[in-house]
Design a protein around this ligand. Structure first.
Ligand SMILES: *Cc1c(COP(=O)(O)O)cnc(C)c1O
Length: 360
């Protein structure tokens, strides 16, 4: 293959070409330093500059208010499933979880090791095809925090609202929709996201934490899983994921050029709408997610039979698309259309769907 494909992978996924090309140009000699960012001491002046610039760009683009710290950690989003309860549950020993898909279910189960966890809402009754409404949430005012996952990568649903939990801090897994829509950070206690969907290569986990939530960790909290350790050392208690932080900086520069997050929000919504309209207008295909809960990032759909699904996936590869097969636990198809998927890629997929619909 001599050209880039339209890669609909759920993650790791496409990165903006502009960011990849800049990284390529600088790969052996960054900014006249005579070395690659991969080879730099994380304590060097050159790397500290990259780190500080990336922090500043992230804070500006996400509108992170005073009193919040942005951490660049490792361990993936999944490490936060343990880190959140270890650090926060000590307050009352209780927490509320909304289970709307695979990853929130893993987080819910993991948290049970550390305290009394209530199922505040679940969409398991309808195979996670919808997001529970505010009045369906069973809220405990004594909960140390309320946990939910903003975008369900596997099922293709996305919360259309921010839950109102009164004084109970909100903790949100935004791994698969961070930087795609405007977020009022002040509504949250903690926002976290693995980088490999919308930000950077795998290996970096971004945590936005209201600083006064740290410092109440359970006594046996591992050093590396203590937010306080990382806040006090500005994410550099040990070696941070240097290369990924650098790549995030390049992706943020690109995002800036798209009109920042407000600009990206319009672009990504138009892309998703185009795809949903095409699926809704077809004879063969239906969407898994219910209207009102549909994700703008992961579009899940299926045809009338498994045989036809397989044929669709097969022919899509020949047509220059990749990774359209649905997650093994749901079947069907899934098109992940994160920020870096160009509009032309979605247009091409829509053309392909229409053609397949006519021919079969
Ligand atoms: C991909 C994903 C995860 C898991 O991320 P890792 O970095 O692999 O641990 C967790 N939550 C959501 C919403 C995801 O999309």
């Amino acid at each position: 293959m001599d050209k880039r494909v339209y890669n609909f992978s759920a993650g790791p996924s496409m990165l903006p070409l502009e960011a990849l090309e800049r990284a390529g140009a600088e790969i052996t000699n960054y900014g006249g330093s005579g070395m690659s960012v991969m080879e730099m001491s994380h304590r060097s002046k050159a790397f500290q500059q990259i780190f500080d610039d990336t922090q500043a760009k992230f804070r500006r683009l996400m509108n992170v208010p005073e009193g919040y710290k942005v951490l660049f950690l490792q361990g993936g989003a999944s490490s936060q499933f343990s880190m959140v309860p270890l650090n926060l549950i000590g307050k009352t020993g209780k927490a509320d979880y909304a289970v709307t898909g695979n990853f929130s279910n893993i987080a819910y189960k993991e948290a049970q090791k550390y305290g009394q966890i209530s199922l505040a809402a679940s969409s398991a009754d309808a195979n996670h095809t919808y997001i529970p409404a505010q009045d369906q949430l069973k809220l405990d005012p004594q909960a140390s925090y309320f946990y939910y996952c903003a975008n369900n990568t596997i099922y293709g649903t996305e919360w259309p609202y921010i839950p109102d939990t009164g004084d109970v801090p909100l903790v949100c897994d935004m791994s698969s929709d961070i930087l795609s829509r405007q977020v009022d950070v002040s509504r949250y206690g903690i926002i976290f996201a693995g980088a490999q969907k919308n930000m950077a290569p795998a290996g970096l986990t971004v945590v936005i934490i209201r600083e006064n939530l740290a410092g109440q960790e359970l006594p046996y909290t591992p050093l590396m899983m203590n937010y306080k350790t990382m806040i006090d050392k500005d994410s550099m208690y040990n070696t941070p994921p240097c290369w990924c932080i650098y790549m995030l900086g390049l992706v943020l520069d690109w995002l800036d050029g798209q009109g920042g997050i407000p600009g990206m929000e319009k672009i990504k919504h138009a892309k998703a709408q185009m795809l949903y309209d095409t699926i809704d207008a077809s004879r063969l295909f239906t969407c898994a997610a219910q209207p009102g809960s549909r994700s703008d990032m992961n579009v899940t759909f299926r045809s009338v039979s498994e045989e036809l699904d397989a044929k669709f996936v097969q022919e899509s590869i020949a047509a220059g698309f990749t990774n359209l097969k649905g997650h093994r636990s749901v079947g069907g198809m899934r098109a992940s259309i994160y920020n870096a998927m160009p509009t032309e890629g979605v247009e091409a997929l829509c053309d392909f769907i229409r053609k397949f619909d006519k021919e079969n």
